[in-house]
Design a protein around this ligand. Structure first.
Ligand code: SAM
Length: 227
């Protein structure tokens, strides 16, 4: 994660984060349900969440699966603190790591991994290596679920990014936050198109990566694949 991203998430505690993310990502609740359900359906025993934010998706998984253990990897300290508070009642089954995925030592294995709205923060030249590490940390046949912002061709992209930010403003986000997020998305984020995502996942060796959910106007998608 870049310094800008660290700064971006610094002031967003749990309540504020959840309010803002729903304003900026239309279909956020639906998206997180799809991701959580795909994890739950695989009935895993040890899950890795990359970029856990405030731990809201993890909380759904932990409450549904009484025996699951989770490793929550998160680079921004305020989000780590929010996750600790949010997941306190599951603390014996949760391991929270304050690190960037690029620096994380993948020395355990998981039977499921997921990442929602995070990997667009990883620079293009580091994305492939991160995906290789994720894949290597999975048991054979284990699923990886990747939800993220999607890049379209330039004109559609401009319109949809503008639409999402106008919507966030209309829903009550401050003009400063809208501007800050718009600049982050324009200059720092490294989104991939649907095709680029699938081809990168194939290249690093994932089996049958495919889009399982898409919110067209929100420019978000959820991908499912196996090691
Ligand atoms: C938009 S939030 C998504 C949080 C959560 N996964 C969700 O679905 O709401 C992105 C999160 O990823 C974290 N993040 C960004 N870059 C990261 C990196 N390189 N390694 C680990 N976490 C990262 C941010 O700090 C932030 O909490």
């Amino acid at each position: 994660m870049t310094e800008q991203n660290g700064e971006f998430y610094r002031d967003l505690g749990q309540d504020k984060y959840l309010t803002e993310v729903k304003r900026f990502v239309p279909g956020y609740d639906q998206m997180t349900k799809v991701v959580a359900n795909l994890v739950i359906e695989s009935i895993p025993s040890h899950v890795l969440d990359i970029g856990s934010g405030v731990g809201n998706v993890d909380s759904v998984i932990l409450s549904s699966l009484g025996n699951v253990r989770m490793t929550c990897l998160e680079s921004a300290e305020p989000m780590v603190r929010a996750t600790e508070t949010f997941l306190r009642k599951y603390e014996s089954r949760v391991h929270i790591v304050n690190d960037r995925v690029q620096d994380f030592r993948f020395n355990e294995t998981y039977d499921c991994a997921f990442s929602n709205l995070v990997l667009h923060n990883i620079p293009h030249n580091e994305k492939g290596d991160v995906l290789v590490e994720i894949r290597n940390s999975l048991e054979d046949g284990a699923p990886f679920i990747w939800g993220d912002l999607i890049r379209y061709n330039s004109l559609k992209q401009k319109l949809l990014v503008g639409y999402r930010h106008a919507l966030a403003f209309q829903k009550g986000s401050s003009f400063n936050l809208v501007l800050k997020d718009w600049r982050k998305e324009r200059h720092d984020d490294t989104k991939l198109s649907l095709e680029e995502t699938i081809s990168l996942c194939k290249r690093v060796g994932f089996q049958k990566p495919r889009l399982v959910w898409k919110k067209t106007r929100g420019t978000t998608g959820v991908f499912y694949m196996r090691k």
